[in-house]
Design a protein around this ligand. Structure first.
Ligand code: GLV
Length: 319
């Protein structure tokens, strides 16, 4: 049985696959292009994929041997799950192990925006540090400010706990979320009242461009916007226009649309925007755990035991 692995990963985890299966590895830090992906997947029964691999119905149709797609991510907007289900392919993910790590990174971006860590670093490197400036890089502390969390799943909840401990007032907006200790507001009200807005929704048809021009317009002029979820949840063109108009005090983006963000993109021109290359879950421990889970998912599906995280277990029951 062949397993395709679409990127260079931790060797110890690949070895666990090799003990049981034939493994075809894409031996690069860059993703295969769609043709290379098809080639890699040919005759595979399982695939360990990344969020950069588009697994749509055409790809699934071209590879009827596939029985499991194991995505190294909590998000799965790169995979057409209903198509996989109707073709009998299990789709698995790696949640939980990255919850705290991702929430910590959202918090890092919140602090960065509040206290201009990256902007100060860029300024020092650019040779602009001539003396001690009493009136430059004047930030705003986070304690006592209101954090609006859009999407109250595992990561949003973890951020809420950490932010509360820092003295932030936390409000959330999630029609489906059990917000327990936090006020659950309609999105418009959250946007109008929050000093910091942090996005934690998955990317779905209903959250695509959720923060459009109108909703960005509802935010306080000096609000901070943070996104560690998926880039297309924010309308990038509308965000650039808002920044050009002087709206928003700072923005922290670990995800962008498009992604990667081309070097010539207008977002890079704003001093008050910090951009990181989709690294919110990037700790050694978390990425190791994600790889372990992704491998466990494949082994379990193919050996007929219960995978740790399967999005469409009905496929396994059918088997
Ligand atoms: C990363 O973005 C993930 O979904 O795990």
């Amino acid at each position: 049985m062949k397993i395709a692995v679409t990127r260079r990963l931790f060797q110890s985890e690949i070895d666990r696959l090799r003990e049981r299966f034939e493994v075809a590895e894409w031996d690069s830090d860059l993703p295969p292009d769609p043709d290379q992906l098809r080639e890699l997947l040919s005759d595979a029964v399982g695939a360990l994929t990344l969020l950069t691999d588009r697994i749509d119905d055409d790809v699934l149709a071209a590879h009827p041997s596939l029985r499991v797609i194991s995505n190294l991510a909590v998000g799965y907007d790169n995979i057409d799950v209903p198509a996989a289900t109707s073709r009998g392919v299990a789709v698995c993910t790696t949640p939980d192990v990255l919850t705290e790590t991702t929430a910590e990174f959202a918090l890092a971006l919140i602090f960065d925006a509040a206290r201009q860590v990256s902007a100060g670093d860029r300024s020092a490197r650019a040779g602009e540090w001539e003396t001690w400036y009493p009136m430059r890089f004047l930030g705003r502390g986070v304690a006592g400010t209101t954090l609006g969390i859009v999407g109250f799943g595992r990561i949003g909840r973890n951020l809420a706990e950490m932010a509360s401990a820092l003295g932030m007032r936390v409000v959330v907006s999630d029609p489906a979320g059990d917000s327990a200790a936090y006020e659950n507001l309609p999105l418009a009200e959250l946007l109008q009242t929050s000093d910091v807005v942090s996005i934690h929704t998955p990317l779905t048809p209903s959250t695509r461009q959720l923060l459009d021009a109108e909703r960005i317009g509802m935010m306080k002029d000096d609000a901070v916007l943070i996104n560690t979820a998926r880039g297309p949840v924010i309308d990038t063109t509308a965000l650039v226009a808002a920044l050009e108009a002087g709206k928003l005090r700072a923005v922290g983006l670990d995800v962008t649309d498009p992604e990667p963000l081309p070097q010539t993109h207008p977002l890079y021109a704003f001093e008050r925007v910090t951009i990181t290359p989709h690294i919110a879950s990037a700790t050694v421990a978390t990425r190791t755990e994600m790889a372990r889970l992704a491998v466990d998912n494949i082994i379990a599906v193919l050996e007929g035991t219960e995978p740790p995280h399967c999005l469409n277990p009905e496929v396994l029951e059918r088997d």
